[in-house]
Every structure is written in C-alpha cells, then in structure tokens.
Design a protein around this ligand. Structure first.
Ligand SMILES: [Zn+2]
Length: 121
C-alpha cells in the first residue's frame, strides 16, 4: 500500500516535531552562555518554533471542526476528512468524498486540482 497518513495526523506530527525542535534549539543556546547575543538568538528561535507549533495546534483545531466526519469502511471507527481525498486516521485507508474518484487509484494530486487551473492563466 501507499505510505499515506491522514492530513490531520500529519499536521499534528509536524507541530509536535516543532515543539521538540524549539526546546532543543533553546537548550543549544545554553552552550553559548559566554556570548549573550548568540544565546538570545537561539532562545528567540526556539521560542518562535514553540509559538508556531501552538498556532498550528489552534489551526488543526479549526480544521478538524470543519472536517467531514465519516465512518471508515475498513476499521469502522470514526475519522475526519480534509479535502476530497484523505486517509483514515486509524488505519490509513484511503477515503474519498467524491463519487467520481471512487475506485480510482489513490492520488494526493486530486486535492490540488484548483491550483493547477489557476497557474495556467
Ligand atoms: Zn480506518
């Protein structure tokens, strides 16, 4: 099967990595205690990463409130979908809301069709 995960899960993982990244950057700043400017820079960068991940977490909250709730036919659990095609959050089964795409090979590009037409003009 394709190595595909739910969009909400993907964003969540990214936010989590950003938090850890921010902590690591701030921790690295402690090695530059003799150079206050560099230390401040590290602290600021780490702080920004943590702020960014907080913003992303809020964004996920907004996205998932707008997402369509469906029951996955594969595992029977309720999952949330973003866009026309997405994967189940529990078993990564590809799902689609568009009947035209039903049975077709799963393709992430179906979500960005709008972008392709706008770039032509
Ligand atoms: Zn499932």
């Amino acid at each position: 099967m394709l190595n595909f995960t739910s969009k909400i899960n993907k964003i969540r993982t990214f936010a989590l990595v950003l938090i850890f990244g921010g902590i690591i950057i701030m921790y690295l700043g402690l090695f530059f205690r003799n150079q206050p400017i560099i230390m401040t820079l590290f602290m600021l960068l780490g702080f920004l990463a943590i702020i960014a991940s907080t913003v992303i977490y809020f964004w996920i909250g907004m996205l998932s409130s707008k997402a369509v709730k469906v029951n996955c036919p594969e595992c029977g659990l309720q999952t949330k979908m973003l866009g026309r095609v997405d994967a189940c959050m529990h078993c990564n089964e590809p799902l689609t809301l568009d009947p035209d795409l039903e049975g077709k090979e799963f393709n992430q590009a179906y979500n960005s069709k709008k972008k392709d037409t706008s770039s032509n003009s």
